[in-house]
Design a protein around this ligand. Structure first.
Ligand code: GLP
Length: 244
């Protein structure tokens, strides 16, 4: 694992931008695995800025999001599809037919099978990740087997609380209780992985991810087994590390 420690969120986002642009410039028809949450917001804003100023094109890029709440329609302001349009896609020259986010309605089991097939047919050149305060990646909560593929998830209480605070005006009742998520095996299949972690509430999860023994209790710790994984963190997220 390559660990990059930076001062703050802004610097983390700019480092992440360079890595993303490197992938896109080397392969203009790359398959990008994307993430939601507050962490990648500044990165996405920087990608929009770069597209506007430098003309980086996304016309042949395909994207595949990690996860989606189950029970929210794509036009619901808290759906991950909506988030991606607002934060990234609407201002790029990307073809929306090339944008893939798991469906949050219909037959959830069927969607898991279909999305998993889509991932098998389109190997990811890079997977972007945030990390939950309990070490989850995508919506792979503690206890998810490392061999898991796209699956239906019952969200943990702590994740519902975190997401209510950040995105649902603190109203836990409004946060869906289920989601569809890429599995850990899907994430590990990506050629390259880039995880961004910022803030004190990520410090414990980051410490275990980097210094602990890979365990399903902290899903992100599986990344130690990936041949090309970069973790970018700010000082607060790195504050409990002993070795970096
Ligand atoms: C959600 C998402 C994850 C994300 C995590 C952390 O649960 N499903 O993909 O990494 O939250 O979010 P944040 O970046 O807002 O801390």
């Amino acid at each position: 694992m390559k660990v990059i420690k930076v001062k703050d969120y802004e610097e983390a986002s700019q480092k992440a931008l360079n890595i993303m642009l490197d992938v896109i410039k080397n392969k203009p028809d790359a398959n990008l695995g994307l993430a939601t949450g507050s962490t990648p917001k500044r990165l996405y804003e920087s990608m929009r800025e770069d597209h506007r100023i430098n003309g980086t094109s996304y016309s042949d890029i395909k994207t595949f999001n990690l996860d989606e709440y189950f029970g929210l329609s794509p036009d619901h302001p808290q759906s991950y599809y909506y988030f991606m349009c607002q934060n990234l896609f609407d201002e790029l020259d990307i073809n929306l037919d090339n944008v893939h986010v798991p469906k949050g309605s219909g037959d959830i089991d069927e969607e898991c099978v279909n999305y998993n097939q889509l991932l098998n047919d389109n190997p990811l050149d890079i997977q972007l990740l945030g990390i939950g305060s309990n070490g989850h990646i995508g919506f792979n909560e503690p206890g998810t087997p490392f061999e898991s593929t796209t699956h239906k998830v019952d969200l943990k209480e702590s994740t519902i609380k975190d997401n209510a605070r950040l995105f649902f005006n603190g109203n836990e009742d409004e946060v869906p209780k289920q989601a569809v998520s890429m599995g850990i095996a899907n994430i590990m299949n990506a050629k390259k992985i880039l995880l961004i972690a910022c803030g004190q509430n990520k410090a414990k999860a980051i410490k275990y991810t980097i210094e602990g023994k890979p365990s399903i209790d902290v899903p992100a710790s599986v990344l130690q087994n990936h041949p090309d994984c970069t973790i970018i963190m700010d000082e607060a997220a790195a504050s409990l590390l002993e070795t970096h």
